[in-house]
Design a protein around this ligand. Structure first.
Ligand SMILES: Cc1cc2nc3c(=O)[nH]c(=O)nc-3n(C[C@H](O)[C@H](O)[C@H](O)COP(=O)(O)OP(=O)(O)OC[C@H]3O[C@@H](n4cnc5c(N)ncnc54)[C@H](O)[C@@H]3O)c2cc1C
Length: 486
């Protein structure tokens, strides 16, 4: 059995850690924060429990990464499958419900966007998304970077792949044209804002394989975790500790070297060494703390700078629940008539705590997490966050989503807070956006240096949030396991 150091406790590295611990490896997990989970965590403030980042959760359906992971380690978490995954408030004042059932959703889309092209577009997207999820979990050697990866992929090859893979060369913009939807501006705007929250980019840059999968996010099981995302994360960290893993919080990894056949790690909390290391942090951070020439050369053209990334502007709100206030959906995307000043966000995303989730708020109160993208993140960027919050509150009040006079407490945050909370370079979050020039097989391989350093997380598997990073952790585990066997 190997001694392995894991850097970070995001859902990417925790997924790999759980599978490694199940095989009996000796794990030392180093986390710079005082809580686990990174961008999918929760924290207490002023009587409320706020989500750090992620609020929506998919991936528990059969053949999807979280279902696979929790089955493998035999854990269950306290969730509710949402009847209404999301509501979208369009710029023209109409609202639409993103029904989970495909037929129901197609009828809804046709009633708002017109019948032209909708049925065939959504049927096609759903077929692609099913294919992507089904193939992803079966092809753990992805992306292939060695002969044995290719052999492993060939062994699980399905003829269907020949007809689907070429869609990686086409953009969602092309797909809209193919279905005659590119001149339906209301629909194009809808698709762009939906892609931004799932693929971190717009129709011209997101390829069809990822874009169709991202758009059909709401047609899979969507779950609410009682107590906040940290309850899911804590289940895994508790399980890891029971299996003997040592988790050190407030321990920031500052430098990593490969010396005397081992990885030597300097941290804010002392020295650690191991046979292998798995970084669950973005590649931008890895290349700063692991100054390896081979690594720099390999990643110099793959590492994105801040002008290609996003951070998030967030508002955490605790509010009194007005009499009879029973939201018909927990998640809302609100498209704005005027983009928010300075950050140019054309939509905001609002997630309520579940009305009966007494862990997060007393039953007569609720929590709202509101967020939008900040392009070109830089922790020194001076944004008037209070002024932005007031604009957002006006919008939410006018739509009856949060009455202004019900707000008891709120706090705002941007790139600097993200850099502090997660240590992520530039405070960038949400993962590497999709870009047409990066095909799925050109994504960052889990094997970093060809020796014993590995990576997972949302710069390695861009765009698809928690299920995507869980998949990146599963793939990293698979590649580590193959090397441990040799
Ligand atoms: C506002 C927002 C909303 C989102 N909404 C959703 C959503 O609704 N649904 C969804 O599925 N996804 C969503 N996402 C995306 C999703 O949360 C992330 O992609 C995912 O959680 C990232 O996981 P990760 O493991 O890659 O990294 P992270 O979560 O960033 O974890 C990295 C961990 O490493 C630690 N770390 C960093 N550097 C060091 C170091 N040097 N030493 C030790 N520890 C270190 C950090 O503290 C952190 O705990 C959202 C993200 C944001 C920011």
């Amino acid at each position: 059995m190997s001694k392995i150091i894991i850097v970070g406790t995001g859902m990417g590295s925790l997924s790999a850690a759980a599978l490694l611990a199940k095989e009996g490896h000796e794990l030392t997990i180093l986390e710079q924060n005082y809580l686990p989970g990174g961008c999918s965590s929760s924290y207490y403030r002023q009587g409320f429990i706020f989500e750090s980042g992620a609020t929506t959760l998919v991936g528990f359906d059969k053949g999807m990464p979280l279902g696979f992971l929790f089955d493998e380690i035999g854990l269950e978490i306290d969730t509710e499958r949402l009847k209404v995954p999301m509501k979208v408030h369009l710029r023209n004042g109409e609202t639409l419900i993103r029904h989970n059932d495909l037929e129901h959703w197609i009828s809804e889309a046709e009633s708002i966007f017109g019948t032209k092209g909708q049925r065939s577009f959504w049927k096609f997207c759903f077929k692609i998304s099913k294919f992507v999820w089904e193939s992803s979990l079966k092809q753990q050697a992805f992306p292939p970077t060695s002969f044995s990866d290719l052999c492993s992929l060939a062994a699980s090859f399905r003829p269907e792949q020949l007809t689907k893979i070429p869609w990686a060369f086409y953009s969602m913009d092309y797909l809209l044209k193919k279905f005659g939807l590119n001149e339906n501006q209301l629909f194009v705007d809808f698709v762009n804002e939906q892609l931004l929250i799932t693929a971190q980019n717009f129709t011209k840059e997101v390829n069809v394989l990822f874009g169709a999968t991202a758009l059909c996010y709401t047609n899979f099981g969507n779950y609410y975790v009682f107590g906040g995302m940290i309850q899911m994360v804590k289940k895994i960290t508790d399980w890891l500790e029971n299996k003997g893993a040592a988790i050190h919080y407030r321990t920031k990894v500052e430098n990593v070297k490969f010396e005397n056949g081992q990885y030597q790690v300097e941290s804010s909390n002392g020295h650690f060494s191991a046979d292998k290391i798995l970084f669950g942090i973005p590649i931008n951070n890895v290349i700063e703390i692991f100054p390896d020439e081979k690594l720099k050369k390999k990643y110099i053209n793959k590492t994105l700078n801040n002008d290609k990334l996003y951070s998030a502007f967030q508002i955490g709100v605790g509010f009194k629940r007005p009499a009879g206030f029973e939201p018909d959906a927990l998640h809302h995307q609100i498209h704005l008539i005027n983009p928010l000043p300075n950050i140019n966000a054309a939509s905001v995303f609002l997630s309520y705590s579940h009305p009966i989730d007494w862990y997060r708020a007393p039953l007569d109160k609720m929590v709202a997490s509101i967020s939008c993208h900040i392009p070109n993140p830089n922790p020194d960027l001076d944004i008037d966050k209070e002024a932005l919050a007031q604009i957002v509150f006006d919008e939410l009040d006018s739509k009856g989503l949060i009455p202004r006079d019900a707000i008891e407490y709120f706090h705002v945050s941007g790139a600097a807070a993200w850099e502090r909370w997660t240590g992520r370079k530039f405070g960038f979050v949400g993962g590497y956006p999709q870009y047409m020039r990066t095909k799925p097989w050109q994504m960052i391989d889990a094997r970093l240096d060809g020796r014993g350093a590995y990576i997972c997380g949302d710069s390695a598997y861009p765009g698809q949030g928690i299920p995507g990073v869980a998949l990146s952790g599963i793939n990293a585990f698979y590649k580590m396991k193959c090397s441990l066997r040799k």
